[in-house]
Ligand binder design. Structure first.
Ligand code: SF4
Length: 268
């Protein structure tokens, strides 16, 4: 049985095995750390994690000002209090928590629970509903004009995360909740997870995971991608990889730090 890798690691591998090897096996990341949008997204995730854990532990959907205040306290980023993007995040989160739309008949049964046998993936929430299990993932965007919403949601629906969570959580539906700071809006979309599609996805991933494991063991070399950019822009390692020959000994001088080994599975 080949090792299983997380959805995020597998996507990076699919983009470029050399990039995946550098970031996930050698565990190098830039010392500049998370960007402001990433920190805001993490804050939203923490607030929703708190909310759903209260629901899971009590068995009753929480409501009222106390739970909203407690959830918002999980989303505090003191060094960003003067940022307009931070204010927008607090505004939309407050609005969302004040009228949280999940049906009362749904019950969270797992919240950010790692699945060691499934690449340590952690779905944001798994709900038991009267018609089966639903996996929900929260996404936060500082801004998303209405004309881009459909395409953005479709991108999440096409992401392998959908099938990975269907497989790990035995779920029949995958839901994205896209929370937007500008304009203040929350979008939801649900996709079914056809078992035949999940099987097809798994066969494909298992081929990749076997190769990833061979690379991790040093049995084969990580190959270079032929393309050095994605739809989001140039590869984040472009300068080091293309202008400095991909020499790993140079990474510390270029501002990269090596994370401790225990960090590798939790961050990616
Ligand atoms: S620059 Fe290209 S080959 Fe190098 S790590 Fe990035 S995607 Fe891979």
């Amino acid at each position: 049985m080949p090792k299983v890798y997380s959805p995020s690691q597998t996507v990076i591998f699919s983009e470029c095995p050399f990039k995946w090897y550098t970031q996930c096996v050698l565990r190098y990341s830039h010392e500049s750390g998370q960007t402001e949008p990433q920190r805001l997204g993490q804050a939203v995730a923490s607030a929703m994690e708190y909310f759903n854990n209260v629901w899971k532990d009590s068995g009753v959907k929480p409501s009222g000002t106390d739970v909203i205040a407690a959830a918002l306290s999980k989303a505090e980023i003191p060094e960003l209090v003067d940022s307009p993007a931070y204010s927008a995040m607090r505004k939309v989160l407050t609005k969302h928590l004040s009228a949280e739309p999940t049906p009362d008949s749904w019950l969270p049964i797992a919240v950010e629970t790692p699945r060691p046998d499934h690449g340590n993936c952690r779905a944001d929430v798994v709900y038991q509903t009267p018609s089966g299990r639903v996996v929900r993932d929260y996404k936060y965007t500082t801004s998303c004009e209405s004309r881009y919403v459909v395409g953005r949601l479709q991108g999440y629906g096409d992401h392998p995360q959908r099938y990975h969570y269907a497989w790990s959580e035995d779920a029949s539906l995958f839901q994205i909740v896209l929370i937007s700071g500008q304009p203040v809006k929350v979008h939801e979309q649900v996709w079914s997870c056809d078992p035949a599609d999940v099987t097809r996805w798994l066969m494909s991933q298992q081929v990749k995971w076997a190769v990833m494991e061979q690379m991790e063991r040093g049995e084969i070399a990580p190959w270079l991608s032929d393309l050095h950019s994605t739809k989001y822009g140039p590869c984040s390692l472009y300068d080091w990889c293309q202008n400095h020959k991909g020499d790993h000994t140079l990474l510390p001088m270029l501002g990269y730090v090596q994370r401790p080994k225990s960090d590798a599975t939790t961050s990616l």
